[in-house]
Design a protein around this ligand. Structure first.
Ligand code: HEC
Length: 139
């Protein structure tokens, strides 16, 4: 192997390893959360139920506005969304397209809390959060 080939091979190995560890972090973060949700009483999780809730419209009590998770994230999780209030682009939600998704438990919990309150007008239950994670992780 000449020097350039060695250099390329090392680069590819490092790239492969970091992609691998992101994939691992993602599985672990959502799996650990799902285990926690089950310890607090959730049953088995269903991607289909997650999808139904993701697309369901809720009427905001004060404004009468219709809201759903798709209001900002769009109905195709593989594509970017657009924030309903700020107009900012939101990167795709699924780890298969955006490997940084579902890798950080604190981030996932922070946004579940904020987005469930904004969309449903209440916090999501452990069952609902686990269903969402199955839906997002499955694509
Ligand atoms: C008002 C706009 C808005 C709505 C509606 C919304 N989200 Fe989000 N969501 C965001 C923004 C902004 C972020 C953080 C920006 C980013 O990570 O790109 C985010 C991030 C997330 C994340 C973090 C994912 C990760 O690992 O990076 C999860 C999980 C999430 N949202 C779930 C939901 C669910 C479930 C619903 C419906 C109950 C929902 N969102 C509705 C705006 C919204």
């Amino acid at each position: 192997m000449n020097e350039i080939n060695k250099f390329v091979a090392t680069g590819l190995t490092i790239l492969g390893m970091s992609y691998g560890s992101i994939a691992l972090a993602q599985t672990r973060a959502s799996e650990i959360l799902q285990e926690e949700y089950q310890r607090s009483g959730a049953e088995n999780f269903s991607a289909a139920r997650g999808e139904t809730l993701w697309k369901q419209e809720f009427t905001h009590a004060k404004s009468g506005q219709k809201r759903s998770c798709t209001t900002c994230h769009g109905s195709n999780l593989r594509k970017p969304g657009k924030h309903a209030r700020t107009g900012k682009t939101i990167e795709p939600m699924v780890p298969s397209v955006n490997p940084e998704r579902l890798t950080d438990r604190k981030k996932i919990e922070k946004w579940f809390l904020r987005n469930c309150k904004w969309t449903l007008g209440r916090e999501c239950t452990p069952q609902e959060k686990g269903d969402f994670l199955s839906y997002m992780g499955n694509q």
